[in-house]
Design a protein around this ligand. Structure first.
Ligand code: NAD
Ligand code: UDP
Length: 329
């Protein structure tokens, strides 16, 4: 009761001094979106979560639902949507290859038509809008590590293209709305991020390995396991995303957000086995098509412009994530 009264007091003060913002989070019931909603509410904002529950879940946000400054709307961003808001975080899009390849036409529509709908909303309301773009815009990169200036190496007709090219086109739309209509845009390129609230059957490597290890099942490496990724803990990522939204209007990005420490997939598998104390064996499956072989962000821009860099080491983040999955699998 005291906590509720204290929250009301904070909200009343923020409303009085004008710093409480009305914020729309698309994909707010997903892994990153739910952490973002939670953090924005903690900061005293009025948050509207919009989701079609394709890969998101009410379970991710049920703990926020008692808060009067939190609203949930079931909506698909491929349809237009109208509301008065100050900021829009466009997070809606399945992010796991398994899920985005399930209905590739829907995936590209979510990125492209969804971006147009949200940009139209920003254009009408004057809201700032942030796009959750991705390291996938670099494809299977020839330049390593990846700076924002690199244009990427993306297959336009492969099984990952619905996601990669969708996100690339969304970036184009953001910059064209900015140039043509003066929409206040922010584009962040998110590198592999993990943590609690990923789905157990999400299909992405961190959740797959942890769930397999906790069940003492074989840990499935696709390909040689020598391919690399750089893993960022969700708390660090949310911090970077919010810092980007709160930059001055002239800052558009794109800005890389991710943890620059690079690991092979084999190293990740071994670390998960060690941290879970699992009896699992590591086994090898054929490589998946167009799998990027290396990925590591250069985050100099984020450091300089946002005063941001990740603080959670992989070992620590994995331990927290394992704790979460122990509770649900
Ligand atoms: P997620 O799949 O957990 O969340 C996506 C959310 O969007 C889900 O709640 C889903 O139901 C919702 N959604 C999907 N299509 C929708 C539609 N048409 N209309 C409304 N809602 C829709 O994925 P995530 O890891 O939380 O990723 C969030 C965003 O960040 C995505 O845009 C993703 O591309 C981007 N991103 C994530 C990572 C990562 O490593 N987690 C990396 C790069 C980019
Ligand atoms: N991967 C793997 N086993 C799994 C799931 C993924 O070896 O059970 C590999 C996948 O082939 C890729 C890397 O792990 O090389 C990261 O895959 P993920 O799907 O998490 O993300 P993305 O490929 O989009 O970076």
């Amino acid at each position: 009761m005291t906590l509720i009264l204290e929250n009301f007091r904070i909200f009343a003060l923020l409303r009085l001094n004008g710093s409480m913002k009305k914020i729309l989070v698309t994909g707010g019931a997903g892994f990153l979106g739910s952490h973002l909603c939670e953090r924005l509410l903690k900061e005293g904002h009025d948050v509207i979560c919009l989701d079609n529950y394709f890969t998101g879940s009410k379970r991710n946000i049920v703990h926020l639902m008692g808060n009067p400054y939190f609203e949930v709307i079931r909506h698909d961003i491929t349809e237009p949507f109208d509301i008065e808001v100050d900021q829009i975080y466009n997070m809606a899009c399945p992010a796991s290859p398994v899920h985005y390849q399930f209905d590739p036409i829907k995936t590209i529509n979510t990125s492209v038509v969804g971006a147009v709908n949200m940009l139209e909303l920003a254009n009408r309301t004057g809201a700032k809008i942030l796009q959750a773009s991705t390291s996938e815009v670099y494809g299977d990169p020839f330049v390593h590590p990846q700076p924002e200036e690199y244009w990427g190496n993306v297959n336009p007709i492969g099984i990952r293209s619905c996601y990669d090219e969708g996100k690339r086109c969304a970036e184009t739309l953001f910059f064209d709305y900015h140039r043509q209509n003066k929409v206040k845009i922010k584009v962040v390129r998110i590198f592999n991020t993990y943590g609690p609230r990923m789905l157990p059957d999400d299909g992405r490597v961190v959740s797959n390995f942890i769930v397999q290890a906790l069940k003492n099942e074989d840990i499935t490496i696709y390909g040689t396991g020598e391919q690399t990724r750089s893993f960022c803990y969700c708390e660090d990522m949310i911090d970077g995303i919010i810092r980007m939204m709160n930059t001055d209007d002239e800052v558009t990005g794109p800005v890389n957000l991710g943890n620059p420490k690079e690991f092979t997939i084999k190293q990740l598998a071994e670390l998960v086995v060690e941290l879970t104390g699992s009896k699992s064996n590591i086994i090898y499956h054929p490589a998946v098509q167009d799998d990027p072989q290396q990925r590591q962000p250069i985050i100099d821009k984020a450091k300089a412009m946002l005063n941001w860099q990740p603080t959670v080491e992989l070992r620590e983040g994995l331990a927290r994530t394992i704790e979460y999955f122990r509770g649900i699998v």
